[in-house]
Design a protein around this ligand. Structure first.
Ligand code: NAI
Length: 793
């Protein structure tokens, strides 16, 4: 028995366990054995395919779940397919009512969900109770709103069909909500697979779908390991895959879906920087670090796992951190006073131990608190590494555990250089009491989410998702909805007839041979001879030779990427007003030579709407000049005393592989949105009719387009597209060719997970404004960075 004085001295907490009874009762009610939820009913449990779901905090078996068979996966997809027509045609209001009912049901059973999640995953009840489950409810509420507003706010878009969703184990129910809520809101049906270590809350969710009377087949839950995931990914009746998990599996899925026509969004790993400037409030920083890397045992894709601290305050901060780490409490995750729970599974624990050992062998210095970890489950202590080299394993590889690695910097430039020195780009946290310093860094860091003087904040209204190898697509916010929508088909506009082809002018009238005007390739604002030393003959509609163009090669693409990269930073930093002026100037100069361009189109294609094509090209340049300073981001009213700035940023270097048809308009339709938003471009023109693009050289030269912002490489379309796809310094690639080329582009882009936009051989009616221009193009030319700024009381 402690005396009062002793209690005051130690100030230690007594245990405050949350009762596990409601969750256990629920498991008992299901005999602790679960089938799958398909077409509104539970499948018969097949004993031979059951596997254990373990409580990682004490290694006890909580329940058994089913490894789905391929017949069951097929049945789930078939159920979702059958449910789609009716579900997609219900009014947005009806879907809003169902989503609202799901939100309410989650709230009504919130404690049971929180306890079940803690038992299954090992994360502290404080987190499941106060963060995971409230955010789940919030996600359904928010998307009930979008279902309600769909008809008015998202006109012209329609749902995709059956969506396959594969989620990880670190936020089991929250990731389910992030996936299911927007999919259902927009009218899709779903087959979802939870991670094999943490299936239980997804099964409890299925029961809620049943309780509210969600039409059968709209949500189907199939459990099992990666093999089940693979089947979902490959299923021909699935229109889209949404995946959250490791970058490795993300790349496998990118490869498996390449060329299938399936839409894909990937939320992958990270190695997010937590940047502390010397004018930060260090006590707040310490609490921030706790939330950044010890939240959910560091098993968070956006965990602030790299602490970058300004050199002059490093020792002070490290000292404070160690003191705080000594106070962290690890243990039974159901204890309400616990900070750190259990690691999800032994395999994950081993992975952490192995990476830590590797870090030590590379010379980094490890520090852990003096207290011992419990031994009855899979626990790992909070760990701090110093003396970490920026290129070392610890600094580069995602550990996905409670391990913080520290590096120092001297100047803001150095901080940004280290922050961006990874293949990832998911999140960043920036700490400074000087708003100029913080916002300056926020603009320069490559990350989809930036938290200023805060960390790990989430809300349904703010999009979440990465740059670079952290994946693509956003979840949450309006931008997240487009992941579950496609543009509605629109009828072709009738094109106006223009005069019949004029006779081709003979080059000379004095009987001398014509002066050779073979356009070269266009790199860095200059014409350059192609590296191959070869040219390609361009023939006209009557089979006559119209001219020759350079035959570009791998080397030319590399050179173009290099100049485009260096041009991209200043072009994206130019004001939108400035970019708009350049686009207007391009339109003006194209207009001055309209007749010549129309003649060229007629020579190449024989089409009689050449004048209209030129006129529409000029108009299209006007459209994007108009959009350049109007395609704004948003300010989201996120809770927790923040305003979240959703900033539109350029992707960087974009490859634009142009359609065969409409040689001028096809080129302008891709080029104008790309450069309007600050990207630099490498254009592969129409292979059959490249002269309309090469004629643009002079227009570009006279329109104040900075050198390197637009580069044009003529040659064999698909082999040049492949080089662009494989190039790790190209950020996005649009391909408007045939189906095989589309598949090749997707397959070849896996290396750096560049964002691709391909047409699978489907032509577009470029003359039609409804499909030939608009926000769809601008969205593909940009990515959104959500910056959380402290705001209000
Ligand atoms: P994982 O990426 O293997 O698993 C995520 C989900 O994908 C699970 O549902 C799994 O069954 C499924 N899956 C596995 N292979 C598949 C395939 N070939 N096709 C389709 N689905 C497949 O992640 P895992 O093994 O659970 O964890 C490994 C590492 O991944 C972690 O140590 C961590 O570094 C990282 N990770 C990152 C997450 C994030 O949110 N960014 C989440 C979970 C893990």
């Amino acid at each position: 028995m402690s005396t009062l004085l002793e209690i005051y001295e130690t100030m230690s907490y007594g245990p405050a366990p949350e009762s596990a009874a409601p969750a256990h009762e629920w498991l008992d009610a299901h005999s602790r054995r679960f089938g799958l939820y398909i077409n509104g009913t539970w499948t018969e449990v097949a004993n031979e395919r059951l596997f254990d779901s373990i409580n990682p905090a004490n290694r006890s078996v909580l329940a058994q779940v089913t490894q789905a068979s391929s017949d069951e996966v097929n049945a789930a997809v078939a159920a979702a397919k059958a449910a789609f027509p009716a579900w997609s045609q219900t009014s947005g209001h009806v879907r809003a009512r169902y989503l609202y009912a799901l939100a309410r049901q989650i709230q009504k059973h919130s404690r049971r969900f929180a306890v079940l999640e803690t038992l299954d995953n090992g994360k502290p009840i404080r987190e499941t109770r106060d963060i995971d489950i409230p955010l789940v409810a919030r996600h359904f509420y928010y998307h009930a709103g979008w279902a309600q507003l769909q008809e008015s706010d998202l006109a012209g878009y329609e749902p995709l069909g059956v969506v396959g969703q594969i989620i990880p184990w670190n936020f089991p129910l929250l990731m389910l909500a992030w996936k299911i809520a927007p999919a259902l809101a927009m009218g899709n049906t779903v087959v979802l697979k939870p991670a094999e270590w943490t299936s239980l809350t997804a099964l409890a969710f299925a029961e809620i779908c049943h309780e509210i009377g969600l039409p059968k087949g709209v949500v189907n839950i199939v459990t099992g390991d990666g093999k089940v995931g693979e089947q979902i990914v490959k299923h021909p009746d699935i229109a889209k895959i949404a995946f959250t998990g490791s970058t490795e599996v993300g790349k496998i899925i990118r490869s498996a879906t390449a060329g299938s026509g399936k839409k894909l969004s990937l939320e992958l790993g990270g190695k997010s920087p937590f940047i502390v400037f010397d004018n930060a409030d260090l006590d707040s920083v310490v609490e921030g670090v706790v939330d950044a890397i010890w939240f959910n045992q560091g098993q968070v894709c956006c965990a602030g796992s790299r602490l970058l601290v300004q050199e002059n305050i490093a020792d002070k901060l490290i000292g404070k951190l160690r003191t705080r780490m000594e106070q962290l409490r690890i243990g039974d995750p159901l204890d309400k006073a616990i900070d750190i729970g259990a690691i999800v599974a032994p395999a994950q624990l081993q992975k952490i131990e192995q990476l830590v050992a590797e870090g030590e062998s590379e010379g980094s210095i490890k520090w852990q608190p003096s207290w011992a970890c419990p031994t009855d489950g899979y626990f790992y202590p909070p760990t701090l590494f110093t003396n970490v080299a920026p290129a070392s394993t610890l600094a580069q590889v995602e550990i996905f555990g409670p391990v913080l690695v520290t590096m120092t910097f001297r100047t803001p430039d150095e901080a940004i250089a280290i922050a961006n020195n990874t293949r990832f780009g998911l999140a960043a946290s920036i700490w400074s009491e000087d708003i100029n310093v913080a916002l300056h860094a926020a603009a320069r860091v490559k990350a989809g989410v930036v938290w200023i003087n805060s960390t790990n904040l989430f809300d349904a209204a703010a999009g979440f998702g990465g740059y670079r190898e952290s994946g693509y697509g956003r979840e949450g916010g309006k931008e997240g909805l487009y992941e579950y929508l496609k543009k509605s088909e629109v009828k072709k506009l009738k094109t106006k007839a223009s005069p019949a082809p004029a006779p081709i002018a003979t080059p000379t009238s004095n009987g001398l041979p014509a002066l050779d005007r073979t356009p070269k390739i266009y790199i860095g604002g200059k014409q350059a001879r192609p590296d191959s030393g070869y040219s390609r003959i361009v023939v006209g509609i009557n089979g006559e030779t119209l001219g020759e163009v350079g035959d570009g090669s791998r080397k030319d693409i590399r050179n173009a990427v290099e100049v485009a990269r260096s041009a991209a930073s200043s072009w994206s930093a130019a004001t939108a007003y400035n970019r708009a002026q350049v686009l207007y100037f391009l339109a003006e100069n194209l207009g001055a030579r309209a007749a010549e361009f129309a003649q060229r189109i007629r020579q190449q294609t024989g089409r009689n709407d050449a004048d209209l094509e030129v006129e529409t090209s000029i108009e299209r340049l006007f459209t994007y000049a108009a959009w350049a300073d109007k395609y704004d981001g948003a300010v989201h009213a996120t809770p927790v005393r923040n305003a979240t700035l959703a900033m539109v940023e350029s992707l960087g270097v974009l490859g634009l592989v142009c359609p065969s048809e409409y040689p001028l308009l096809g080129t302008i339709s891709l080029l104008a949105p790309a450069i309007a938003l600050g990207n630099s471009a490498i254009i592969i023109p129409s292979p059959e009719h490249p002269l309309s693009a090469t004629d643009l050289y002079q227009v570009l030269d006279t329109s104040d387009v900075p050198a390197g912002v637009v580069n044009i490489i003529t040659g064999d379309r698909d082999s040049l597209a492949k080089v662009l796809a494989e190039h790790n310094d190209v950020d996005g690639l649009w391909y408007w060719g045939n189906a095989e080329g589309s598949a090749m582009v997707e397959r070849s882009s896996i290396g750096n997970l560049k964002q691709t936009w391909v047409n699978y051989g489907e032509p577009r009616e470029w003359l039609d404004r409804r499909v030939g221009e608009g926000e769809e193009f601008l969205r593909h030319a940009s990515q959104i960075k959500n910056i959380w700024v402290p705001y209000g009381a």
